[in-house]
Design a protein around this ligand. Sequence first.
Ligand code: SAH
Ligand code: DHB
Ligand code: MG
Length: 224
Amino acid sequence: MHVTEAQWSEVDCYVSDLLVGGDDHLAAALVASDEAGLPAISVSAPQGKFLSLLARAVGARRILEIGTLGGYSTIWLARALPADGRVVTLELDPHHAEVAESNLERAGLGALVEVRRGRATESLAALIEERVEPFDLVFIDADKSSTPHYVTASLELSHPGTVVVIDNAVRDGAVADLDNTGADVVGMRTAFELLAADPRIEATVVQTVGVKGYDGFAFGVVSA
Ligand code: SAH
Ligand code: DHB
Ligand code: MG
């Protein structure tokens, strides 16, 4: 069997048209992000809808996102919230944060989302220090080399049953190539080793293909 990247994209287009649902605000967010010079590295539409469905499935009222970019995944996540829900999303780049806030505002989600500027390590330390109410779902999608730290901090901000999702977990298979010692790959592998060793969480990795190439999500559920 010979499967091509063109087929992955065709299937994503097919699924997007049939099931995911077109939306002017999501489309506008991508256009505005592109026009503002942000890289096209948001999750795909089917992945965004998946995150949204996952948030709904767990009845998430409080969501933590690490890595906002233009807020595309943030819109999907915020759409899953009840009226009194909240997304706290962490972004280092002030330009990205500004574009995201404008995209969220346009989508009518400004009141549900807080974009916290600064290094995620510092924002996470502040959230822990503030003793904020634990999050029901955490989406980790920032600088990959810091993923181990983000996993550890997420556990501090979780309750039994919290779902932790990590994007870009596979990266063309690089994660399993032990000769690859790039900081991003080592970061992801170290994060998985933490997940494997920590009795507070049970985790797996699901590989994905699509318009964003060959990659995957890691999923963990915090133990009771
Ligand atoms: N979740 C987004 C994509 C995020 S891309 C989506 O799917 O739509 C990764 C983002 O993480 C970028 O905007 C980048 O600026 C941000 N980032 C990188 N290093 C960071 C850090 N140390 N702290 C917070 N954000 C960071
Ligand atoms: C890239 C993709 C991502 O989804 C991300 O979060 C960061 C970087 C990339 O393709 O470089
Ligand atoms: Mg990503």
